[in-house]
Design a protein around this ligand. Structure first.
Ligand SMILES: Nc1ncnc2c1ncn2[C@@H]1O[C@H](COP(=O)(O)OP(=O)(O)O)[C@@H](O)[C@H]1O
Ligand SMILES: N[C@@H](CC(=O)OP(=O)(O)O)C(=O)O
Length: 467
């Protein structure tokens, strides 16, 4: 079998875990051809983002401190993980080279006094550059041939939409399949950095946060993988975030469409575009626990078996959003109002997570990430306030709670059970939507009500008894 196995940051942040992964890959590679995809180690991408914040504030020494913190963390892991001294020395040398390049980049960005989206992508791609060297070296240490490759090096070519790029699939397919076939013919296991590729001019681009899942499915589709495994710190997709609901159950099988809904509504932070490369090829995906490989995890396929068709499968949540209530008398019956609003938001690169329109057409309510709120409000204020919009009302720190499952379609009484349970817990709901596909029912509460809302719904739908 051809397998693409992606390890999230949580799986590769301790030396004993990296060693266990190397051992697992070693034993799997006896039977299968494997491409490994790695995220950055936990916290590294956040630290790199903090470096960019320090550069913006012209605090060069803070940026350099963070860079050495990142490098030391990886050097420490290298010393603890790699036993063969020649391999360890070579790895430490390579990490030092990356550190020197990172410092030079910080220098350049400070000198120019600006953080462009292009330099930002280059900066935040360093996490994966470091982690692939560690993991590949650990596989070497276990006696197998392996090389680390960045997304650019394996041949992922994207558009130049820095921060949210998309692979140009035809070029990418040609390059990635050639690189991987060559390596397979030399019995070498590629360890590829997720999250990033390069545009046609060779500039590093990233896919957006959580983008390593997308790298794995892109590569999987290019090399005609038989299966793609996403390895994390949980047994698979669960009926709710296990950090909130202690008796959350593992879902053995879900459909692509259900998994997409779960990804969009925050159940495990899967990148929303993860499934795009799989849809035409219909490659099965497994979501598994790298700390519990005996468990088969969740199988995601085009059409799960009949036994997996429960009404409701999962209660998910996305916290830290802002709600904007857009009001204006002249919106009533004026064709094109919604189009103008969404055009304005799209021009500013804002992703709208939820939309609802009052039936009287006098208001449209939208939910965006807290981090996009400022940008969204100023775009609406500058372009439309005083024209079609009279007033903007803003609420920060809200959470979207979503009930997901394809079996909800046409099932009577779902909404009344949801809001009955919510009312019993005295939780205030500020917005409700249901997708026309009836795959989800979503509503908005205060961030602080997230845990009680999720638990109330998990209980009301008896998701702990799911088979
Ligand atoms: N429905 C869910 N099923 C499984 N995990 C979930 C769910 N909702 C939220 N999570 C959270 O997602 C986390 C894993 O996602 P992520 O941080 O992206 O992992 P990684 O960095 O390993 O890719 C888990 O630790 C878990 O708490
Ligand atoms: N390192 C990137 C990409 C990624 O996918 O990470 P993870 O798999 O750990 O969520 C990020 O933090 O966004």
């Amino acid at each position: 079998m051809r397998l693409v196995i992606k390890y999230g940051g949580t799986s590769i942040s301790a030396s004993k875990d990296i060693q266990a992964i190397a051992k697992h890959i070693d034993s799997l590679s006896k039977k299968h051809q494997i491409v490994v995809v790695c995220s950055a180690t936990s916290g590294t991408t956040d630290d790199l983002i903090e470096i960019s914040e320090s550069i913006k504030k012209e605090n060069k020494s803070k940026a350099e401190q963070l860079a050495s913190k990142i490098t030391n963390r990886h050097k420490q892991l290298a010393k603890q993980t790699i036993k063969k001294s020649d391999l360890q020395k070579k790895l430490l040398r390579k990490l030092d080279e990356d550190f020197a390049e990172l410092l030079a980049l910080i220098d350049g960005m400070v000198l120019l006094g600006e953080v462009t989206s292009r330099s930002m992508d280059y900066l935040i791609s360093f996490g994966e550059r470091l982690s692939i060297k560690l993991v590949s070296s650990a596989i070497n240490d276990s006696g197998k041939k392996s090389i680390p490759l960045t997304g650019k090096e394996i041949g992922i070519i994207t558009d130049s939409n820095f921060g949210e790029s998309k692979p140009l699939m035809d070029t990418t397919r040609l390059r990635v399949s050639k690189t991987v076939d060559d390596l397979f013919s030399k019995k070498t296991i590629p360890v590829v950095g997720g999250f990033a590729g390069a545009d046609q001019h060779g500039h590093v681009t990233t896919f957006g946060r959580g983008g390593s899942d997308y790298s794995a499915t892109t590569i999987g589709s290019c090399v005609k993988a038989d299966e793609i495994w996403l390895m994390s710190d949980v047994d698979g997709l669960m009926t709710a975030d296990p950090k909130i609901v202690k008796n959350a159950k593992l879902l053995k099988e879900v459909s692509y469409i259900e998994a997409i809904e779960m990804a969009m509504f925050g159940a495990k932070q899967i990148h929303p575009r993860t499934f795009e490369p799989l849809l035409s090829k219909k490659i099965p995906m497994k979501i598994r626990n790298s700390f519990n490989v005996k468990n088969e995890g969740t199988l995601v396929t085009v059409s799960p078996s009949a036994s997996a068709k429960n009404t409701v499968k999962c209660v998910s949540n996305v916290q830290n959003n802002g709600l904007i209530d857009i009001r204006g008398g002249s919106m009533v019956g004026t064709p094109g109002t919604a189009a103008k609003i969404f055009e304005t938001l799209a021009k500013s690169g804002i992703n709208v997570m939820m939309i609802s329109q009052n039936p009287s057409e006098s208001s449209i309510t939208i939910v965006v990430k807290n981090t996009d709120l400022d940008k969204a409000v100023s775009a609406l204020e500058m372009e439309l306030l005083g024209k079609i919009i009279k007033k903007l009302e803003i609420t920060t720190n809200v959470a979207i709670i979503a009930l997901i499952g394809s079996g909800m379609r046409g099932t009577i009484g779902v909404a009344s059970r949801v809001f009955g349970a919510i009312e019993k817990n005295k939780i205030n709901v500020s917005m409700i939507t249901q997708g026309s596909s009836e795959l989800n029912l979503a509503f908005v509460v205060k961030n602080s009500d997230t845990n009680s809302a999720v638990r109330a719904l998990h209980d009301a739908f008896e998701l702990d008894k799911i088979n």
